[in-house]
Write a protein that binds this ligand. Structure first.
Ligand SMILES: Nc1ncnc2c1ncn2[C@@H]1O[C@H](COP(=O)(O)OP(=O)(O)O)[C@@H](O)[C@H]1O
Ligand SMILES: [Mg+2]
Length: 234
């Protein structure tokens, strides 16, 4: 049969198996933030991660994105097993494979919209003219071409979030992690941003985890996974 994927075809964007994360507090006590978390994302799948505050959502995204190391378990992003990665390997992995959009948009305040996209690529795989062309293309696609020279303080909340989305897409990531991307926006703007996120992910065939505690947001995703006290439930 020829139907089996070839060795180079990657059909999953993320495989987390039995991931555990324990934070050790200053007083020596432990907090179990993730417990036997197992989650698989198809290569173009968009999954809502829903759960109350403190349930482990940011921890899960941080581990999937190589910001934090797991205490135990296996994490494969695309074709790369990052479970045993050193800090240096994780840095390279983040530059190449993932994008992040945080709740607190985190734009550099003294750089304009275009420069905020380019700052990623100072370190990443594209530099110089190709990076500039990529930034301009993304600004155009996100409806921000005429805001390229604006500082974050000269942009609306929705526009800032669009710049953050553009920045996350600069390196053509296999997986984008959205940690409560709409929580600082009003309902209407939140829905517009989710619509944009969905269109961007689906047109690129990019996988995403969208963290939210807003059930309305889940409708923009292919499926929802719930997390309670560090445990995942479909
Ligand atoms: N750096 C840290 N040190 C100690 N405990 C932490 C740290 N980060 C998160 N936690 C704890 O881990 C649990 C999960 O946190 P988090 O992943 O931020 O949850 P969520 O994003 O769902 O609100 C919480 O009990 C939180 O207090
Ligand atoms: Mg969080």
């Amino acid at each position: 049969m020829n139907s089996a994927p070839s060795a180079t075809t990657v059909t999953t964007a993320l495989e987390m198996s039995n991931v555990r994360k324990v934070y050790t507090m200053g007083d020596g006590s432990d907090v179990v933030a993730l417990d036997h978390a197992t989650l698989t994302l198809g290569s173009d799948e968009m999954v809502a991660l829903v759960g109350p505050s403190g349930s482990g959502k940011t921890t899960l995204c941080s581990i999937a994105g190589g910001i934090l190391s797991a205490t135990e378990g296996r994490i494969v992003v695309g074709d790369e097993d990052i479970s045993g990665h050193s800090a240096k390997e994780l840095t390279k992995f983040r530059q190449d494979k993932v994008g992040f959009v945080f709740q607190s948009v985190n734009l550099v305040p003294f750089l304009n919209a275009r420069e905020n996209l380019l700052v990623v690529d100072e370190l990443g795989r594209r530099t110089g003219a190709p990076a500039k062309a990529r930034a301009d293309q993304l600004l155009e696609e996100l409806g921000l071409a005429d805001r390229a020279k604006n500082l974050p303080s000269q942009l609306s909340g929705g526009q800032r979030q669009r710049v953050a989305i553009g920045r996350a897409l600069m390196n053509d990531p296999a997986l984008v992690l959205f940690d409560e991307p709409t929580s600082a926006l009003d309902t209407k703007l939140g829905e517009q941003v989710m619509e944009l996120i969905r269109n961007e992910m689906k047109s690129r065939g990019t996988a995403a985890i969208v963290v939210t505690h807003d059930e309305r947001i889940t409708h923009y995703c292919d499926r929802s996974v719930h997390i309670i006290d560090g445990r995942l439930e479909a």
